[in-house]
Design a protein around this ligand. Structure first.
Ligand code: BG6
Length: 491
């Protein structure tokens, strides 16, 4: 354990849904890593809460077992585990019943600390009842913080219901709405790249940029989440939150400072500038897809419909041509694309610059490719700048695009922390910059709903694509119509 203990307010961390996938796969390992690096407050319990009756010993064993899978062997240290497991407790609670919060109260009242963080890793339908019961039983107060996670509703109205229920008990400043994409190192780096390097700012607009592509491609299918996924689909699951947040970070104006509201105000302005997509143009600006059976890395994988066991029309792929209607981005399309069971797992932002206004090297077979800035979010986090250079040797000017390549792993040679580590620590420190404010989520839902309504009204169907491909043919057509193509050169 590195000795970097900071003067952080002692905090008890209570995880509702403590025996669920999110808690065991993400939250607990993230807290372990922060303790290992000496960054958790010195005191405070970590209390798993769930409906199951379980002893503390069994719960600690459950967490330990999960670590076998989710904490890399090289990161596991027996002494750190001992210190970590000494802080773990368990309380059996029926979230909806105020009368069943007794065990939790007893734990929290034993050597109480100054602050309480409640992480609601549960379905959103119980965010309201839990918030209410935490107040009714006196477990939460104005110094408490509550963390909630998507799906925050399935449309604007259901988001408002859930959000209002939570805001009846906690103030906006106490609520931390996680979008884990904002905790990714490369996503944070996007702000640094833009706002700590002068060279980009002058080029960061329609005069110099032709278009922007944001891709989040996954090779996984719906995993064990059919019942959730089939109700949501890729638009609600990925675009409404992760992809729109990335778009905001690319498109926003420089905030005056890195304070929570300065950053979130700028993101909000972008969301408000998104040109609505409605039934009039939804077919032209969006593509819905669903994977059929195919092969991924040589292994056969079943069709989505087989996985969910019904003739569903839920989209597992979506491509969108979006516009941000303001001065900076006038005439610059933002192409968004995400899908499951695609050929490769990669997330990236590609900023395509315009060609030079006048070519002086006439001997080319075709126009040399122009500059491109590629921010690879995962895997192999990197920033690449494609430049056109002369191929060495006599024989005139032969031009070739090559990459200046900044590999973050090679440059810093440090473990990339999981997004949850940064975000959980931000909650402990009380820094909501990387969390979504109510008004941001509202605006994101408003825009998303336009597309959902458009699909419904026009009966737009999901086009099938072979698992292991790059999505339906229509997604290529969306680009070809504009004389552009998706960036799929992953080297
Ligand atoms: C989640 C979605 O928010 O993000 C999942 O619900 C998706 O469907 C996941 O697989 C992707 O996250 P990451 O960090 O693996 O890119």
């Amino acid at each position: 354990m590195k000795n970097k203990t900071q003067a952080l307010t002692p905090t008890d961390i209570v995880i509702f849904g403590g025996n669920g996938d999110l808690a065991l796969r993400k939250i607990m390992p993230a807290l372990y890593h922060r303790l290992r690096d000496g960054q958790l407050p010195k005191t405070g319990k970590i209390i798993g809460v769930a409906r199951k009756e379980m002893s503390r010993k069994d719960y600690v064993a459950l967490v330990r077992e999960a670590f076998g899978q989710y904490v890399p062997k090289a990161d596991f240290d027996k002494n750190v585990w001992k210190a970590f497991s000494d802080r773990i407790f368990y309380a059996h609670v029926e979230a909806q019943e105020a009368g069943s919060y007794g065990e939790l109260k007893k734990l929290l009242d034993d050597k109480p600390v100054e602050r309480r963080m409640f992480y609601l890793a549960t379905p959103a339908s119980v965010f309201g009842p839990i918030s209410y019961n935490l107040h009714a039983t006196g477990l939460a107060n104005e110094r408490s913080r509550v963390v909630i996670e998507k799906p925050l509703g399935h449309d604007l109205e259901s988001f408002r219901e859930i959000n209002n229920a939570v805001l009846e008990c906690f103030s906006e400043q106490q609520v931390y709405r996680i979008d884990h994409y904002l905790g990714k190192e490369t996503v944070q780096n996007l702000m640094v790249l833009r706002f700590a390097n002068h060279m980009f700012e002058r080029l960061w607009k329609g005069d110099a940029i032709d278009h922007v592509q944001i891709t989040v491609a996954e090779t996984v299918g719906v995993e064990a989440r059919e019942s959730y996924y089939d109700k949501y689909g890729a638009l609600r699951d990925m675009v409404q939150n992760h992809l729109l947040q990335l778009l905001c970070l690319v498109a926003m104006e420089p905030p005056a400072q890195i304070s929570p509201d300065a950053v979130r105000d700028e993101k909000l302005k972008v969301l408000r500038s998104l040109r609505p997509i409605t039934d009039k143009d939804v077919a032209w600006h969006t593509v819905k897809g669903q994977y059929k059976e195919g092969k991924l890395k040589g292994k056969s994988v079943p069709a989505y419909r087989k996985e969910v066991g019904r003739a569903s029309d839920t989209e597992t792929f979506v491509a969108i041509k979006a516009h941000v209607d303001n001065w900076r981005w006038s005439g610059v399309p933002f192409y968004l694309r995400t899908g499951k069971r695609l050929a490769e797992r990669f997330s990236e932002i590609a900023i395509q610059f315009r060609p030079v206004p006048h070519h002086i090297f006439p001997d080319q077979d075709s126009d040399p490719e122009t500059n491109k800035l590629i921010i690879r979010l995962q895997p192999d986090e990197s920033v690449k700048l494609q430049m056109v250079t002369k191929v060495p040797g006599p024989g005139g000017y032969r031009l070739k695009p090559v990459n200046l390549n900044l590999s973050l792993a090679d440059t810093f040679n440090e473990r990339t922390p999981d997004a949850y580590e940064r975000l959980l620590m931000d909650v402990v420190r009380g820094n909501p910059t990387l969390f979504m404010r109510s008004d941001e989520v509202e605006e994101a839902w408003k825009w998303t709903e336009g597309i959902l309504n458009g699909w419904k009204k026009t009966g737009q169907e999901a086009k099938s694509y072979v698992a292991g491909s790059w999505g339906p043919q229509d997604a290529q057509a969306l680009m070809e119509r504009d004389n552009r193509k998706w960036h799929e050169d992953l080297n």
